[in-house]
Design a protein. Sequence first.
Length: 370
Amino acid sequence: MTEKIIILSDGRSKPLTIPADLAPPTGEVRDRLARPLRDLRISITDRCNFRCVYCMPKEVFDKDYQYLPHSSLLTFEEIARVARQFVAHGVEKIRLTGGEPLLRKNIERLIEMLAQLTTVDGKPLDLTLTTNGSLLARKAKALKEAGLQRVTVSLDALDDATFRAMNDVDFAVADVLEGIEAAYDAGLGPIKVNMVVKAGMNEQEILPMARHFRNTPHILRFIEFMDVGASNGWNMKDVIPSAEIVRRIGAEMPLAAIDPNYTGETAARWRYTDGGGEIGVISSVTQAFCRDCTRARLSTEGKLYTCLFATQGHDLRALLREGHSDAELSAAIGELWRVRGDRYSELRTINTDGLARTAARKVEMSYIGG
Ligand code: SF4
């Protein structure tokens, strides 16, 4: 009989300390590896209507799964207040995630609040969202009108049977493709389409997906299967390295490497040499990119994480609800970033088995967003 993993909402967190020095933010805080803070990912719900096998496997996140009570979620006002502090420390991009963020009621109101924010040098914030696309066709126009700039859509196969097996809730590809077109028509492009590749499950879809999105304005990115959380049964043998994905596509549709759009971009970019557009590969397992990682993550109940593979968060919600000032919140966030030294993927590459054996239970991706 297989052992059942029961995941309760991730209660493990440390208090967030307020340093004595409440110096105002400079917009240029750096961590211990001299990385700036440029990118905040905010999970706004721990709920999802999919059960993707690499993120929220059904046998773990089943009907008995305890979701977070609404009262423990950060309110939109709290999220906007926290976002303001991060922007003052240099954040230029905010990505809304989940679970499935479009399940959070009135998300448009939150987007309107965040869209008011400008970066330290007065530019509009790059406000984006990652979705499984299931509700996109219905919501795209309202999201754009609220101030959202772009969307990234997860789609793991074109073949319906394979896609249904990956999302494990019998959801059809056609509805996600319709959502992508609706988002594009609403002006939320360029649409990035993320495909997680798992050996023996959807690797046969690499070429059909590449052929489908080639010569379109959409950018298809292939993500190596990652050992996120503690419930997806990750094993190195299930990883198709990005170099192999590029080799398979390039054999049929020649590719050339191109420069990143900006430092810290997670995807390595490749363009079709015949002008048919570009693809990306996100290689956290075989080509770690921790050196340029400028990302912080906020869970839906207000815990701060400085790495996707963290084992513990820091409780920002407590500071919010204890009535601390903006200056205290800002100083606490700055101090947390200053002492940051995360580089999990680099360490995993050096010592995969050792790390997999010893590492404490990592936080679930569905809890802090990808
Ligand atoms: S493993 Fe952690 S530090 Fe490295 S790139 Fe991912 S989130 Fe950043």
